[in-house]
Design a protein around this ligand. Sequence first.
Ligand code: 5AD
Ligand code: SF4
Length: 464
Amino acid sequence: MTTKVSAEEMALQRDFIQKVAEINGKGAPPVAHVHTFGCQQNVSDGEKLKGMLAEMGYGFSETPDGADLVIFNTCAVRENAEDRVFGNLGALKHEKARNPKMIIGVCGCMVQQAHITEKIKRSFPHVDLVFGTNALHTLPQLIYGQLTEHKRKFFIPEGDGVIAEGVPVRRESALKVSVPIMYGCNNFCSYCIVPYVRGRERSRELSDIISEVKDALKNGAKEILLLGQNVNSYGKELNTSFSELLRRINALDGEFKICYMSSHPKDFSDELIDTIAECGKVTRHFHLPVQSGSDRVLKEMNRYYGREDYFKIIDYIREKVPNAAITSDIIVGFPGETYEDFQETLSLVERVKFDSLFTFIYSSRKGTKAASLPDPISAEEKGRWFRELLDVQEKMGENAYSRYVGGTFRVLCEGVGRTDSALLTGKTPQDVIVDFEGDKSLIGQFVNVKIEKALNWALIGKIV
Ligand code: 5AD
Ligand code: SF4
């Protein structure tokens, strides 16, 4: 089965780009506001939405005020992400009353859920266009429909997901470039909505990825962020692997940094760690979401590893990649989690000593397995556990950055300083922010920075 959108279909969409551009060319240039919620994958989709819109003649605005077209590119991973979208959509009602010609579109993960599209149909009549994650590349046709027929449209194609090559991209940054390598997820962690809204795992052809990376490097990119819901399972159906892909990109000419997200511990093999250790361009930051420290909860979460497996991975990383930074995601209050289970998470955090943590309170997602489990612990109790975890991590993270002081690291100058705008800023190979003195003409170049001081969220250094 091929998941690649056919060349004919992509050519059809290019025709629609021309048709919309002709319509838009007749009046003052129209303005679009694209608001992306959620993860890097979504940001990358947002760059494609903007790429198509730019070719259709749209300029862009930072706010919806006065825009001709507003698109919300949504996230479904937790309830508060969805609430934010509904809040923003509600606020647009008045704007649309003032400007009835405004086209309002909603796309992304949220609208892959039937109960959400029903709610939009019923309660948000000012929304004109709703399109699913598999319909992203059909935006030109959908916009053409809006401009010529002015009819409300919901377009959520069924199926396991597609790969659309050749969609125009308008990158947020020329220096730091995101390149999707795979889409979808097959893991079905019991709490997670992603497999339901992003479809089955599918990898882009190695050659398509390499040529996009080469193009980006030719255009001045210095950091390549490889994206997927689960990058470690890249290439399984193509007889290649994430290790192979890293090796191939690492071997390309020029000085640049390779980052990737997201990873799953179950697929984080010794071979991959060996590969990363050998590939000097690959980040020394390992973001390995553990989610829980309790074997019982991990099993209920359908994670396919236990805490000892996780420790083995961490120990092997520390052995093979000196000075690696390790970070993680943790969910507090999974259904049925007891205080004893939660203590196991705390002890894991104390054992691993993460450089930093992203912590979440469990959010029930309709249709997932966990949503049907009994969940007797109150929100207040979960809130207390959550703060306990933050306290433990704060203690562990205290002085975590002092280990960098005295070291010298290769750093890409990314822009003006975050602690002081008279300084420059960049990141160490471990992805720790470092500010340092230097001329603005260095932005976009790599320099050697010696670390002189550690704050609790950044480093201060000096070019040597
Ligand atoms: N509730 C809370 N957190 C979640 N995450 C994913 N699904 C949920 C959920 N239902 C968290 C996980 C994941 C991160 C991106 O979001 O920790 O790693
Ligand atoms: Fe949110 Fe997941 Fe969709 Fe990313 S893939 S936008 S995290 S639901």
